[in-house]
Design a binder for this molecule. Structure first.
Ligand SMILES: Cc1ncc(COP(=O)(O)O)c(C=O)c1O
Length: 422
């Protein structure tokens, strides 16, 4: 494999891949922990982490061993297996009590799609409320609830309603928390009063908006959405594809007594790179409508043993090694380090985040400037994720603290060197 094989692929691959992957143009020969190694031996610190997928770190020894062993024994078919039993046992220790059943799928979009189907099935209704700047996937149902990706694709799924998210740094009501008393939820209530036909099946929300730039809503926001869903007799779906399994410093960002989602979607880090996602809910909801009928919610790969083994290893590590606690601690230190190092830099509008899902929002106008920042960082050996005007950082939850701080220092040094003055 030559170092220029990224461009050698170009005549074959279709356009439309991730902008950050395209800008990076990287070819990777092997990877370990938080590092990617190119064919010529150069190393890159991977803070992109496939946008939150790399939970345990690249080539995690326990993961590689368990997956290799499973691959050698059996991988095709959704029959019962020790892998699935193990997965069920490990997930049970993490999941909130009300979510006692899981169905497996292959991608976050597919699981969001299944969650919408489940909500419609259980309520007999068809409207879904989601939020501005959300990302829930690109299949047609999830796309209806994904901001900025619909243009040119015709009418979205009927019954799709959206209202502003609690993005306090860019409050659509120009209010300030806590004085606002989370007025954006009152606005969502007004939107429903105007637009709903009385058939609201679910409120669909990211507990932290990932693609929008790792935007955390204020305390109490999710509980207000719970109330809003209850007022309408609707379900609450927490899409924890990015936030789940410890990423934001708690195992699940929506696991709170005042929130108690009826349905949770998991993906990304759930399989640490093996494509597996899940819909978690209760038996009562799953068997209420057509969702629970024979073959009504299956997929070709759902529940295959390699996927189950991947989830079992991840869930065991998250539980036994308190990876959520680690993400919280490391995340606080990383956030402080970045805030200090970037303070006063005109390029930087905000440094934010929870756990190991951080965002550096830039004060820029166009994509070209974002691309330049991204590529300068990569030249210095630091790979980040992008989203809107934000650099998004998703180190593995197992990251070595000294390496992480060194990467933060490099990042800050590059931004200061090139964009120190406006
Ligand atoms: C919150 C959320 N939901 C769903 C998805 C879609 O997942 P996938 O790309 O695996 O289809 C994503 C992907 O970024 C996501 O962040």
């Amino acid at each position: 494999m030559g170092a220029d094989s990224f461009s050698a692929e170009a005549p074959v691959l279709g356009p439309g891949i991730s902008e950050a992957v395209e800008w990076a143009g990287l070819v990777v020969a092997r990877a370990h922990g938080m590092h990617l190694t190119q064919p010529d031996g150069r190393r890159v610190t991977d803070l992109m982490g496939a946008a939150g997928v790399n939970l345990l770190g690249h080539s995690h020894p326990g993961y590689v061993q368990a997956m290799t062993d499973q691959l050698q024994r059996w991988m095709i078919g959704a029959h019962g297996s020790d892998a699935r039993e193990d997965m069920a046992r490990q997930l049970r220790r993490l999941l909130p009590g009300q979510l006692d059943r899981i169905q497996l799928y292959s991608s976050g979009s597919e699981a969001v799609e299944a969650a919408i189907r489940l909500a419609k099935s259980a309520t007999g209704r068809y409207e879904i409320l989601s939020f501005w700047q959300s990302f829930h996937g690109r299949t047609m149902g999830s796309l209806a609830h994904t901001s900025g990706a619909r243009s040119g694709l015709g009418p979205p799924m009927p019954g799709s309603i959206s209202a502003p998210y609690a993005d306090c740094a860019h409050c659509p009501l120009r209010l300030t928390y806590p004085g606002c008393d989370i007025a954006c939820v009152d606005l969502a209530r007004d939107v429903l009063r105007e637009q709903s036909t009385g058939a609201l099946a679910a409120v669909l929300v990211e507990p932290v908006q990932g693609r929008a730039g790792n935007v955390s809503p204020p305390a109490g926001y999710l509980a207000r959405l719970r109330q809003l869903a209850d007022e309408h007799g609707a379900l609450l779906i927490a899409d924890e594809s990015m936030t789940g399994m410890g990423r934001t410093g708690v195992v699940f960002a929506s696991d709170h007594p005042d929130v108690r989602p009826d349905i949770m979607v998991l993906g990304k880090g759930l399989g640490n790179g093996y494509p597996v996602s899940a819909v978690c809910s209760s038996l009562e909801l799953m068997q209420r409508g057509p969702f629970g009928a024979p073959s009504a919610s299956s997929s070709s790969y759902g529940g295959f043993p390699l996927a189950c083994r991947a989830v079992a290893v991840v869930a065991e590590a998250v539980h036994d090694q308190d990876l959520a606690g680690r993400a919280r601690l490391l995340g606080e230190r990383l956030l402080n380090r970045l805030r200090q190092a970037l303070a006063g830099l005109p390029l930087v509008a905000e440094v934010r985040g929870q756990g190991l899902a951080l965002g550096i929002e830039l004060d820029i106008t166009g994509k070209e400037q974002l691309r330049r920042v991204f590529q300068q960082l990569l030249s210095a050996g630091v790979l980040v994720m992008t989203g809107g005007r934000t650099l998004r950082l998703y180190p593995p939850l197992t990251a070595d603290e000294a390496e992480l701080m060194a990467a933060a220092d490099t990042l800050a040094e590059v931004l200061r060197r090139h964009w120190g003055e406006k």
